[in-house]
Design a protein. Structure first.
Length: 358
């Protein structure tokens, strides 16, 4: 294992620009402590500012530039008042996920001591699971179009694509993850009563793969009742696997059940390591609070920890997680937590205290 890595740093838009320095501060502290040598390469593209200057979200050579990096550390994308969201997302994050074959979007959901859950009577340990989101196909396909635009016959159509390779590889990742966990429990998100072709296909692939993992308890729920169970019975879950859209929805809802979406991290992973993986907070650019200096930096900091683990530095990763857990446990009276956690701290105050705790 090497301790030298090239990291692309892309803050993006909105609060991405504010939380990124805190992610880097935590990375720096952990790397100093564990003698990890990171070269940070900063890029201003994959942002709406770049789009407004250049008419596209990224330069033509973005792939060749980023493919040489060991990982990509990303903030958030989107300035919907200036650039339509589908243009900014398809011009940046979705390009990374598809072209770098980051087919796993791994999103931990964990109730941390000191962070009050909005759900009644939940304590740390009750909520501790992973959402595994398929990240390169499914509902996020660009296949379709609008016809007869501007006439009474106008219609829009967009296809969902589920390939056997695509479904099987995300399921395999999820089964393997469940197999490593004590509960050995996999839940599949589906909607095969209403979506009558692709979802039964997904169910069939789950059933087929479960034969290779007899020790894993497998259940499946339609997405509507599954979202209700996230709120009513979060302790039920261990590893939850879903399509691109369902995984996206569940991985916002899960962290919301643990107190704030501001703490949730994610890894867009190419498990084979052929291409760089990308680590980013689950939250978006949050234009409503951008520029106020109050964004919670933990989603970015925890994403830094996930990136270090992915690069093979488990101790450094654990040091970051232990540090923010310690600061959170201190509570808003003793640490400068951000307002979403009941504190009065700024993004920077909060980030500095966490870095010091590493
Ligand atoms: N850091 C995550 C981010 O910027 N998300 C923006 C967004 O709209 N994401 C949708 C998606 O992850 O598919």
């Amino acid at each position: 294992m090497t301790n030298k890595h090239e990291i692309a740093v892309i803050p993006g838009d909105g609060i991405g620009v504010e939380v990124m320095p805190e992610g880097l501060r935590a990375l720096d502290a952990a790397c100093r402590k564990f003698n990890i040598d990171l070269t940070l390469n900063h890029y201003d593209f994959a942002s709406c500012d770049y789009y407004l200057k250049h008419g596209q979200m990224m330069p033509d050579n973005w792939f060749d530039t980023l493919v040489k990096q060991d990982a990509i550390f990303f903030g958030a994308v989107g300035m919907p008042k200036l650039v339509p969201d589908h243009i900014s997302l398809w011009g940046s994050l979705i390009q990374f996920r598809k072209r770098f074959d980051q087919y796993v979007n791994l999103r931990p959901v964990k109730l941390i001591p000191g962070v009050p859950s909005p759900l009644a009577n939940r304590k740390p340990g009750d909520i501790d699971f992973y959402v595994v989101r398929e990240n390169t196909e499914g509902e996020y396909s660009n296949a379709g179009g609008i016809m007869f635009e501007g006439t009474d016959r106008e219609f829009a159509i967009q296809e969902t694509i589920m390939t056997r390779v695509g479904v099987d590889r995300i399921l395999k990742f999820a089964f393997e993850l469940a197999n490593k966990r004590p509960k050995k429990h996999l839940t599949s998100a589906t909607k095969s009563n209403g979506i009558s072709i692709t979802m039964p296909y997904w169910d069939k692939r789950v059933e087929n793969m479960s034969k290779d993992y007899p020790e894993i308890l497998v259940d499946k729920f339609h997405i509507d009742i599954l979202t209700a169970f996230f709120v009513l019975r979060p302790h039920h879950f261990d590893v939850v696997v879903g399509s691109n859209l369902f995984g996206d929805i569940l991985s916002d809802l899960g962290p919301a059940c643990t107190g704030t979406i501001g703490i949730a991290p994610s890894g867009n992973i190419n498990p084979e390591g052929i291409y760089p993986s990308l680590f980013e907070p689950v939250h978006g650019s949050a234009p409503d609070i951008a520029g106020k200096g109050i964004a919670n930096p933990i989603g970015q900091i925890w994403s830094a920890a996930m990136m270090l683990e992915h690069l093979g530095h488990v101790e450094a990763s654990t040091a970051i997680v232990n540090a923010f857990e310690k600061v959170l446990a201190a509570g808003p009276d003793h640490a400068p937590l951000t307002p979403d956690m009941g504190g009065k701290g700024t993004t920077t105050d909060f980030g500095k205290v966490i870095a010091e705790a590493i």
